[in-house]
Design a protein around this ligand. Structure first.
Ligand code: GDP
Ligand code: GDP
Length: 436
């Protein structure tokens, strides 16, 4: 189960500088796949061989004066609900401000671990941090996000604060589904449609509280876990149209799932908020089933209208386009069975193994007919390929004499050819070119 660290604090204290520093630790290790853009709100940090998520709450603040303070308060409250560890950042060069006091007041009420991070101690000016003891959040941890000094010690403390109790792992052979989407799209409704109002819970995993993130169901002949339904059912006091809200609520569910059921609202089309959640799904390399919900409200249900929808979705989500799109209604229960059936099918696709023999037999003649373009006068030869065993995501390696000369379009060509030949509908796959 993954952990989440949230960075909170008023503007200009250095949140995004720290965020960049923490998330770069990972980017140094995992090469960025072409086409994915890094945003400043959400990223992964790797430290001492463990990975966790980092959220920069500052990334969402709309910078206009009057809504601004209220917005910060909301985001701090939300972040404390969803994160495992909260980094409260202040600026030692500025001293304690009114807004710092306000944020501290909210944070003193949480039971979650809060670390008071005094930033901009570029020359280890420890005396500057003294006045921050008054915030009542324990010893300040001095860092310089700009130079990086103190951040290693900070990460050690962060790791020590993660909850010890690890949730019992669910049965690995049963898929974990997360229903995600922006507020009011119909997530609670579809969950009710899946499981019925009677909520047939087969088992609560032993030793977990009602905050458990996995609940197991047997419905319509399918056996599955729903991830984090409590978080979805719980309607927050905060403004629900806040973009930050739906993202915060989605992160944990997505990270702990195998298949994400992304709900879109047929009456609204696809908007940036939907795309943000889609990007979270993609970056965590989860399976995707898109449900265009509230289809009952659309008058013209012709194929032409459906095709327009499908084209718009695929265009916005390119280059990942090989996933199912289902038009349905949580309210009338139209195609609810189909959604579950499809989610299970994509999970099976994720576990698909292609034998080395079959893979080479199909792919090598293709590669011979359409070889990678030669670069700098050198021929690029791919002689062999295989699927890597025991990976979370189906992963294929093609061995080449000069892998660095095989460019993204050709890699994508190979991926598409694999997808044409074997059914990986709804699941991400990795294709790597390596030295033979
Ligand atoms: P945010 O609004 O909290 O995300 O703050 P930013 O990360 O955007 O930083 C605000 C300003 O403080 C920028 O000009 C940064 O370069 C600067 N800054 C951030 N960290 C440090 C630091 O450790 N030392 C110094 N001197 N400046 C910093
Ligand atoms: P959530 O915030 O994503 O959990 O959304 P809800 O499930 O609470 O639904 C928000 C509103 O949309 C409620 O009034 C639902 O009755 C309504 N709703 C949900 N699904 C459908 C649907 O398929 N058709 C129609 N007409 N209304 C729906």
């Amino acid at each position: 189960m993954s952990n989440i660290v949230a960075i909170v604090g008023r503007p200009n204290v250095g949140k995004s500088t720290l965020f960049n520093r923490l998330t770069q630790t990972r980017h140094a290790i995992v090469s960025d796949e072409a086409g994915t853009t890094r945003d400043r709100q959400y990223g992964k940090c790797e430290w001492e061989g463990k990975e966790f998520s980092v959220i920069d709450t500052g990334g969402w603040v709309v910078n206009s004066d009057d809504i601004f303070e209220e917005e910060i308060r909301k985001q701090v409250s939300l972040a404390t609900e969803e994160a495992d560890v909260i980094l409260f950042m202040v600026d030692v060069q500025n001293g304690v401000t009114d807004l710092d006091e306000e944020v501290a007041a909210i944070l003193r009420r949480t039971k979650k671990p809060v670390l008071l991070v005094t930033n901009k101690m570029d020359n280890n000016e420890t005396w500057l941090a003294a006045e921050f003891y008054g915030l009542g959040l324990g010893d300040p941890i001095g860092i310089s996000a700009a130079t990086g000094s103190g951040t290693g010690d900070l990460l050690d403390i962060v790791m020590s604060k993660f909850p010890k109790k690890t949730e019992e792992l669910p049965d690995e052979n049963i898929p974990r589904f997360a229903v995600v989407g922006r507020p009011n799209v119909g997530k609670s409704s579809i969950i009710n449609a899946f499981i019925g109002e009677d909520r047939h819970i087969v088992t609560d995993i032993a030793g977990t509280t009602r905050d458990s993130i996995y609940t197991r169901y047997e419905k319509f002949g399918f056996d599955f876990y729903l991830v984090d339904t409590a978080g979805i059912r719980k309607k927050g006091k905060v403004s629900e149209d806040l973009e930050f809200y739906s993202v915060m609520r989605s992160i944990r569910a997505i990270e702990n799932s195998d298949v994400c059921i992304l709900m879109l609202d047929a009456t609204r089309g696809i908007e940036s908020q939907d795309l943000n959640i889609f990007q979270l799904i993609q970056r965590n390399q989860k399976n995707l089933v898109v449900v265009v919900n509230k289809w009952d409200l659309v008058e013209d249900k012709s194929q032409r209208v459906m095709d327009t929808f499908i084209d718009a979705i695929r265009e916005r989500m390119a280059p990942f386009v090989d996933f199912p799109i289902i038009f349905g209604s949580a309210l009338t229960k139209q195609r609810i069975f189909k959604v579950l059936e499809t989610a299970v099918a994509t999970y099976e696709n994720r576990r698909r193994k292609v034998s080395t023999h079959r893979l080479n037999e199909e792919m090598l003649p293709l590669i011979e007919a359409y070889p990678p373009p030669s670069m700098k006068g050198k021929y690029i030869k791919i002689k062999y390929c295989s699927q890597v065993p025991d990976t979370h995501v189906p992963t294929f390696v093609f061995y080449a004499n000069l892998p660095q000369y095989v460019k993204e379009p050709y890699r994508r060509f190979l991926e598409n050819k694999i997808r044409e030949r074997w059914n990986f509908h709804g699941t991400p796959i990795n294709v790597f070119i390596r030295q033979k």
